[in-house]
Design a binder for this molecule. Structure first.
Ligand SMILES: Cc1cc2nc3c(=O)[nH]c(=O)nc-3n(C[C@H](O)[C@H](O)[C@H](O)COP(=O)(O)OP(=O)(O)OC[C@H]3O[C@@H](n4cnc5c(N)ncnc54)[C@H](O)[C@@H]3O)c2cc1C
Length: 285
């Protein structure tokens, strides 16, 4: 099928884009990489009256470390993270995770913030944002709003962004060299969305875990953290028994989806394995 008719706007500035959004009275959609929006329109699951194409807004085309954060502008494609362009553990983490997103052509068009705006529960970038407590920077005619990850993800394909807001930037905390990460996901076919995945970031001091971040994606209607497992790991060395217990706590703390792709019990079991393996990978670095 082809998409229904729509008007097309190609603003050159953030101001023009948010003005177009406001004028569309809730019927306009931002077009970034188009890798989720266009298929959805072709299936007629989305019927925006107007597409506001942000690809000519050069002020959105940046990705750089600044003041302890990695600032990722709205035109940064997934592929930008394949080869680290800055130093440190966060660059390695992003380079590791990006390989699991779709396929090369999609990674060259799709954007980091487009994934965050689309908010698929199995999006790898949404999992990264949740695990690392990202900040989302939204602009509208009313001004700028910074939304912490804990308040940003609402449910499947729904975020705290209002219909008049453009997500201009996401900010991730830069990690110092005491941080190690591990990522593990399971999907039935290469490049497909995960049935379960886990991202782990551990701060190691004097051979013990000083801070633990464990994120889980593809399992609930949005990415979630595993607070009991995170608290359990503090002060531990992360030996095999610690990893097994943390993975058990994480898998018991979730409310997995039960859908045509996998039953809830299977997803819970899978999550236990994903968290354990992500921990193993983090501690092996
Ligand atoms: C075959 C296939 C496999 C895929 N596999 C994966 C996968 O394994 N993992 C994964 O994470 N993704 C996967 N994707 C999705 C892909 O990563 C998309 O690129 C991503 O979801 C959306 O980014 P985009 O820039 O293409 O956004 P678009 O498609 O342009 O937009 C998506 C939605 O977000 C809104 N939006 C986009 N940017 C902004 C903004 N700056 N401010 C406000 N709203 C905005 C749009 O209005 C739209 O509603 C897959 C896609 C395909 C087609």
């Amino acid at each position: 099928m082809k998409a229904p008719q729509f008007a097309y706007r190609a603003p050159r500035s953030i101001k023009e884009a948010v003005t177009a959004l406001a004028e569309s009275e809730g019927m306009g959609k931002i077009l970034a990489g188009g890798q989720s929006l266009v298929p959805t329109m072709n299936f007629r699951l989305a019927r925006p009256d107007m597409l506001i194409d942000i690809n000519r807004i050069s002020e959105l085309d940046f990705a750089r470390p600044e003041n302890g954060k990695l600032r990722i502008g709205a035109l940064t494609r997934h592929a930008a993270f394949e080869r680290p362009f800055f130093e440190g553990p966060l660059a390695r983490l992003l380079a590791d995770v990006v390989q699991h997103i779709a396929h090369v052509p999609i990674r060259t068009r799709g954007t980091f913030t487009g994934s965050l705006a689309h908010a698929d529960p199995a999006s790898e970038w949404c999992l990264v944002a949740c695990t690392l407590d990202a900040e989302m920077v939204a602009h509208s005619l009313e001004g700028e709003r910074i939304i912490p990850a804990a308040e940003y993800f609402v449910t499947t394909l729904t975020t705290a962004l209002t219909e008049n807001e453009l997500l201009v930037e996401a900010r991730l905390p830069l990690l110092d060299d005491s941080w190690k990460h591990g990522f593990c996901e399971f999907n039935r076919r290469a490049g497909d969305f995960a049935l379960s995945m886990s991202l782990v970031a551990l701060k190691i001091e004097n051979g013990r875990i000083a801070e633990a971040r464990i994120g889980i994606g593809g399992v609930e209607d949005k990415p979630v953290r595993a607070p009991d497992a995170e608290a359990y790991l503090i002060g531990k060395t992360g030996e095999a028994a610690d990893r097994v217990e943390a993975a058990r706590l994480a898998s018991e703390g979730i409310q997995p989806m039960d859908d045509m792709h996998a039953p809830a019990d299977y997803r819970r079991d899978l999550t236990r394995a994903m968290v354990r393996r992500a921990l193993e990978r983090a501690l092996a670095r």
